[in-house]
Design a binder for this molecule. Structure first.
Ligand code: SF4
Length: 494
């Protein structure tokens, strides 16, 4: 099979993986070497189904000895199979880079023979690129679950970002749909990466002080991410957000990617083939995830056992505000930065602008408009000099109706499912630009870590287990959630 035929099969097989976005790595070109990586991110364009395309996104092979129920590449599927050699994939990446088709490589793989063998192939690909070809562009590699820690470490020194897919949001779902995988086999390497990244940062800091930074190699400088499929199994949004929150806190993930389930296999363990997972659910989860990472919200504030799923008609921040109308309206001239960030229609930057601007004088609604605050959304929740904007009232019903109407007007909240796009890569096809990614703001600090530490319950693990809660107050006992929270190892083994 020639390289182009392999590429067609393996690029198509990679389109189900959503875990790739901006690089976060800033590395300038070097004389005699090839390429550079920009902190602004490699992924500037998105296919019609929301996948980014400026990385060469491909599987090393779609041969797999596992049989995950939801996966098109599972061993029991009768599909065309192909495999690149490491040299072939490295050459292809360099050729595409030189032609300005791509800015880097995103490589994942089916499990060929066993996890260690597959990891060695991925490592060899990255090694050829970095050492033989002098490639300084961006590389994002998927680590293979179950591979040895030594291999994980070797790969970490060659790539910019690594991800280990958690795949499903609970251990029971993994047992049902991917019995050869375990939550522990995901969380353990995540922890190793987290420690390695931290250690590497310290080493580089020390080396910089001694003017020796060139001698210290970076370890996964763009951090780690993961992906989970939503809608194939019955977990609630609350469970999914709790898991994401635990992962951000315990292993410092850069991103958790949510992928609305796409039915590709007819299997009695899965929802029926014509099942529609609303894309809006995926979108709402991303919005909630954004609130966790940059707005200081916790999963418990956004969802509760009584309301375990996100509202599809109103975004999570507006929904939270509507449920807490007793805290509103806030006067923009006196509210704190944290309070302003919780007002629908005011983002992090908007809140910062307001706080800065009011040092120079009192703010009115015209001033807010000039700062880009969306009064249509914020109007129900704020006052200026004690007065609400003309035409607005702090009435939750009115506010909800108006916010739902604006959702309908923008088309969000529709039921819909992602269409499979044949031949995803833009290398061959015309693609629509940037029509999906709702989250392009810059990264913020890790507010969550401090909050979680402050809120951690002090009770004995055994007592909490009796109550069906983990030491972080997780709502139900799931070994994957507990492992992600980095606690109760004895529970996991039990
Ligand atoms: S291990 Fe990965 S490629 Fe193999 S069947 Fe499972 S999800 Fe698919």
């Amino acid at each position: 099979m020639d390289t182009m035929a392999k590429l067609e099969i393996l690029a198509d097989a990679a389109k189900y993986d959503v875990a790739c976005t901006s690089s976060g790595v800033d590395r300038r070109g070097k004389k005699g070497q090839l390429g550079a990586a920009s902190a602004a991110g490699c992924c500037h364009a998105f296919t019609a189904d929301g996948r980014c395309v400026t990385l060469l996104k491909v599987l090393l092979t779609n041969v797999c000895c596992y049989d995950c129920a939801y996966c098109v590449n599972r061993r029991s599927n009768d599909i065309p199979r192909a495999a690149f050699t490491p040299r072939e994939l490295a050459t292809l990446t360099v050729e595409f880079y030189r032609r300005n088709y791509v800015e880097g490589l995103f490589v994942s793989s089916g499990v060929i023979k066993n996890p260690d063998y597959t990891m060695e192939l991925i490592i060899e690909t990255a090694r050829i690129l970095r050492e033989d070809e002098g490639f300084r562009g961006y590389i994002h590699a998927k680590a293979i679950q179950g591979a040895s820690p030594e291999l994980l470490e070797r790969l970490g020194f060659l790539v910019d970002r690594m991800s280990i897919n958690i795949e499903l949001p609970s251990q029971s779902s993994l047992d049902l749909l991917a019995p050869e995988k375990s939550g522990q086999a995901v969380v353990r390497p995540m922890r190793q990466l987290c420690e390695g990244i931290e250690q590497s940062k310290q080493d580089r800091k020390l080396a910089r002080r001694r003017h020796l930074s060139a001698s210290v190699k970076s370890f996964v400088p763009a951090g780690q991410s993961t992906q989970m499929i939503i809608g194939a199994t019955p977990e609630t949004d609350q469970h999914i957000l709790k898991l994401a929150e635990s992962l951000y806190q315990s292993v410092s993930l850069k991103r958790v990617f949510f992928s609305a389930y796409l039915p590709v296999n007819d299997d009695s363990r899965l929802p029926e083939l014509n099942t529609e997972v609303p894309l809006t659910r995926e979108h709402r989860l991303y919005q909630a995830d954004w609130l966790l990472r940059f707005y200081g919200f916790s999963a418990d504030e956004l969802l509760s056992p009584e309301h375990p799923d996100l509202d599809l008609l109103v975004d999570p921040k507006a929904n939270w505000a509507l449920q807490h109308m007793d805290l509103f309206p806030l006067d923009v001239n006196t509210a704190s930065l944290e309070e302003l960030m919780r007002v629908p229609g005011i983002g992090v930057r908007g809140a910062q602008h307001i706080v800065r601007a009011r040092k120079c004088g009192r703010l009115g609604f015209d001033g807010l408009k000039r700062m880009g605050v969306s009064l249509k959304r914020a109007g129900y929740f704020i006052t200026c000099f004690g007065h609400m904007a003309p035409g607005f009232d702090a009435d939750p019903e009115l506010a909800r109706r108006s916010l739902e109407a604006s959702t309908r007007a923008t088309g969000a909240g529709r039921k819909g499912r992602r269409k499979l796009v044949e031949g995803q890569l833009a290398l061959f096809d015309e693609v629509e630009q940037a029509n999906v990614d709702p989250f392009r703001a810059k990264r913020g600090g890790d507010i969550l870590l401090q909050r979680a530490r402050a809120q951690r319950l002090e009770a004995h693990p055994a007592e909490l287990q009796k109550l069906g809660r983990t030491p972080s107050g997780l709502p139900q006992f799931d070994p994957l959630l507990v492992a992600a929270a980095g606690e109760g190892k004895e529970h996991v083994q039990a």
